[in-house]
Design a protein around this ligand. Sequence first.
Ligand code: VGL
Ligand code: ZN
Length: 199
Amino acid sequence: MHSLLVIDVQNDFCPGGALAVAGGDTIVAGINDAMADFDAVMLTQDWHPAGHSSFATSHDADPMSVIDMPYGPQVLWPDHCIQGSTGAEFHADMHVDRADMIVRKGFNPVIDSYSAFFENDHETPTGLEGYLRTRGIERLTLVGLATDFCVHYSALDATKCGFDVTVDLSLCRAIDFDGSLDVAIAAMTDAGVTLKGAV
Ligand code: VGL
Ligand code: ZN
């Protein structure tokens, strides 16, 4: 079984959103088309409570600054993907009805969660691993936003969990902050993730 895992294609990561990724909306049609090629489709949804600890406003700090959290360094983001907000909704054109499963992440007020599998402490599971295993899914193709954060960490954790992982870079877009895209490509390559398509 081969599943498509669509990461965080939400309004706040698209142009006009709170944490807009350049070209974030341009991948939606291609993702919809790709859904037909898979046995199953899963979506993730970044889903933060107001006042989340990953927000710069919660620390009186500048967006994109980095602080030390008990679980390691954390980039402080503009407020984004607040539970129930329009920014947290999926892009209106995405075929959400095709998804068997929607995984929400980042709801723990004190730990961020880039990965679809574990929170940023790299320990607390989201439950996705068990879901995929019990459904007999062994192969995953990841697409979505952003290449260098949530796609990157989800791909690394998926390989750690033993799945056969491909990232289709043509259906991803990056934040590319402070060299983060180069770091992500190198880390995914080292981890044995198959990278397909152009960045
Ligand atoms: C993401 C930063 C903060 C992502 C989510 O989806 O890549 N990045 N929250
Ligand atoms: Zn977030």
